[in-house]
Design a protein around this ligand. Structure first.
Ligand code: PLP
Ligand code: COI
Length: 361
């Protein structure tokens, strides 16, 4: 237990049952929100204070609030599920808390006690437990985030922060509903460089990725593949997912955590599950030319992206300038499917949770 008690302010006018039922029937990703949010404040010298579970609503910000100018902001993404027997659970929330604090350190922000982060998530799920969507693969997506709330225009780490958690009932991240996604390799834009913020989950990383994502969509693709900033040769990750490559000898490769990619919690779980299934997983640099050559020769049989929002998503096609190549038969492959079933099975309570990844609520 953290030492900070939450004040509960119930919503005076919560969403009516029939309106909520429609909202969560087919929620897609990130457009529907629950009735409540968690809010906790931080001030240098005072620490964390004023923890509230309160009606969700707009924030009032002074125009000189530091985040609006220098972008000191970080966030997390994790899901609460209903297991097959109807119990509520979260997947590895302590790992999200630890990564949140790693992001906070990189952005020179205040760290939040790990237990307080997890309790904030739990408190919100508890109060908004009627918002779980019934759709296949649906979950309550939790978005903890923190911004510099000090009112000051000097360029320095803020002395005040505001931490919040909001919740969104979600279905599939990719609305296309296609069996596999198609990727666009960005040759003009990079996401992160050595010494930069690539390993932190800060809003700025996503802001700078949007033009490349826009280009990918304009070219008819779902997501953008970023290459390394030095040689433009090594595959790093997608705008919001890590990458895995599967070979005909049953081995897997995923780019290493070299400081320029996000250390995905799903990535970590997949490495563990694949090794337990007897597969070899190498965390090593993989070149874009090699990916194309291996896909064309058949040495590479599958590729998939993974993350909280996307879970495990097969890659079907890749475009790079004028070249296009297909992965395997262009649809979901066997290893991808097997790993997805194991992961989702653990999350839904259908497969033994040998690593205590699932936190029952
Ligand atoms: N890479 C980026 C850039 C992301 O935004 C995400 C999503 O959180 C991931 C990878 C996957 O991380 P995780 O599996 O922890 O959700
Ligand atoms: C997540 O998977 O939680 C993310 O933050 C990725 C984003 C593209 C929604």
């Amino acid at each position: 237990m953290s030492s900070l008690a939450f004040t509960h302010l119930p919503h005076p006018n919560p969403t009516a049952d029939d309106v909520r039922a429609v909202a969560i029937a087919d929620p897609a990703f990130g457009r529907v929100f629950t009735d409540h949010m968690v809010s906790i404040r931080y001030k240098e010298g005072q620490g964390w204070y004023d923890a509230q579970v309160m009606p969700r609503g707009p924030l009032m910000l002074d125009p000189a609030t530091a985040v609006l100018h220098y972008a000191q902001e970080i966030f997390e993404g994790l899901k609460a599920y209903r297991t097959d027997d109807g119990q509520m659970a979260m997947f590895r929330p302590h790992a999200n808390a630890q990564r949140f604090n790693a992001s906070a350190r990189r952005m020179a922000m205040a760290e939040i006690p790990e237990e307080l982060f997890v309790e904030a998530c739990k408190a919100l799920v508890e109060v908004d437990k009627d918002w779980f969507p019934n759709v296949e693969g649906g979950a309550l997506y939790l978005r903890p985030f923190m911004y510099a709330s000090e009112v000051f225009l000097g360029v320095k780490p803020a002395s005040e922060y505001h931490f919040l958690v909001i919740a969104s009932p979600v279905g599939n991240y990719f609305k296309s509903g296609a069996p596999a996604v198609s990727l666009w390799v960005s040759e003009d834009y990079t996401r992160a460089a050595r010494g930069g913020t690539g390993a932190a989950k800060c809003g700025g990383n996503y802001a700078s990725s949007l033009i490349a994502q826009q280009e990918a969509i304009a070219q008819g693709h779902d997501q953008v593949v970023f290459l390394d900033a030095v040689e433009g040769r090594w595959i790093e990750e997608l705008g919001g997912m890590n990458m895995f490559f599967v070979f005909d000898d049953g081995s897997l490769v995923t780019p290493p955590l070299s400081g320029t990619i996000l250390p995905g919690i799903t990535r970590n779980a997949i490495i563990t599950l694949a090794r337990e299934a007897g597969l070899t997983v190498r965390e090593e640099a993989y070149a874009i030319d090699q990916w194309q050559a291996d896909a064309e020769s058949g040495r590479l049989t599958e590729s998939f992206a993974c993350g909280t929002a996307a879970v495990v998503t097969p890659v079907g096609k890749v475009s790079r300038g004028d070249h296009q190549f297909t992965i395997g038969a262009g649809g979901p492959g066997q290893v991808t499917q097997m790993l997805k079933e194991k992961l989702v099975g653990i999350q839904r309570g259908r497969v033994a949770d040998d690593h205590q990844w699932v936190l029952a609520l």
